[in-house]
Design a protein around this ligand. Structure first.
Ligand code: IMP
Ligand code: MG
Length: 177
C-alpha cells in the first residue's frame, strides 16, 4: 500500500473511496427514512466536513436545506481546547429540524461548546451526523445520531480532513503510520 507524505509525516490508506461511499449511502438512506415528509436544515461545519456534506447531500431524496459555519479548534495535530467561531450562522433555526454535519468528533469539545448556542435558538430537533468518531478520545460525551465509522485514536487525513492545511483533496482516508 503506497504511503502518502504530508509535511513531515507518512500516512497509509485506512478507508478506501468505495468503503466511504458505501457507508454514506447507508447514512443517507437512514436520514431519508427518518426525515420523510420533513425539511431538515443541514449545518455543515467547515472546513473539514465539506466533502462529506457534499456527498451526503447528493444522496438525499427528501427536501433539505444546507448551510455552512466555521468553527476552529485544531492547530497541527492537536486540539487547542479552544473553539472559535470564525464564520457564524446566518440562518434562523427556530422551529427547524437541524442536522449538524461533522467530519470527525474527536474530544467532542467543538460540538460540546457549539450545541448550547444552537439549542438556545430553539430548533424543533437537533441531531448530529459525523463521518468519523474517535470514541476512545471523546471527553465531552455527545450522542452522535449518524456515525460513519468509529475509528481508533490515531490522527487521520484525507476526504476533507487536513494535517496543517494539506491532505484535504485525498479521496481516501489515511492514518498516521
Ligand atoms: P473535537 O473538538 O476534539 O471533537 O475535534 C473536532 C475537530 O478537530 C474536527 O472537526 C476536525 O476538524 C479536527 N480533528 C480531530 N481529529 C482529527 C484528525 O485525526 N485529523 C484531522 N482533523 C481532526
Ligand atoms: Mg471539523
Amino acid at each position: 500500500m503506497p504511503l502518502v507524505k504530508i509535511h513531515d509525516k507518512s500516512f497509509e490508506t485506512y478507508l478506501s473511496e468505495e468503503t466511504i461511499s458505501n457507508r454514506i449511502d447507508e447514512l443517507a438512506a437512514g436520514i431519508n427514512k427518518d426525515y420523510a415528509g420533513n425539511r431538515p436544515l443541514f449545518i455543515s461545519i467547515l472546513n473539514g466536513s465539506f466533502m462529506f456534506a457534499a456527498d451526503l447531500f447528493k444522496r438525499l431524496t427528501i427536501e433539505a436545506e444546507l448551510c455552512f459555519i466555521k468553527l476552529v479548534s485544531y492547530k497541527g495535530m492537536k486540539s487547542t481546547g479552544k473553539v472559535v467561531t470564525s464564520i457564524g450562522l446566518e440562518e434562523d433555526i427556530f422551529g427547524k429540524d437541524i442536522i449538524i454535519v461533522e467530519d470527525i468528533v474527536d474530544t467532542g469539545k467543538t460540538l460540546h461548546d457549539f450545541l448550547p448556542q444552537l439549542l438556545h435558538q430553539q430548533p424543533k430537533s437537533l441531531k448530529i451526523a459525523s463521518l468519523l468518531h474517535k470514541s476512545e478520545a471523546t471527553i465531552y460525551p455527545l450522542t452522535i445520531d449518524y456515525v460513519g465509522f468509529d475509528i481508533p485514536n490515531k490522527f487521520v487525513v484525507g476526504y476533507g480532513l487536513d494535517y496543517d492545511g494539506l491532505g484535504r483533496n485525498l479521496k481516501e482516508i489515511y492514518q498516521l503510520v
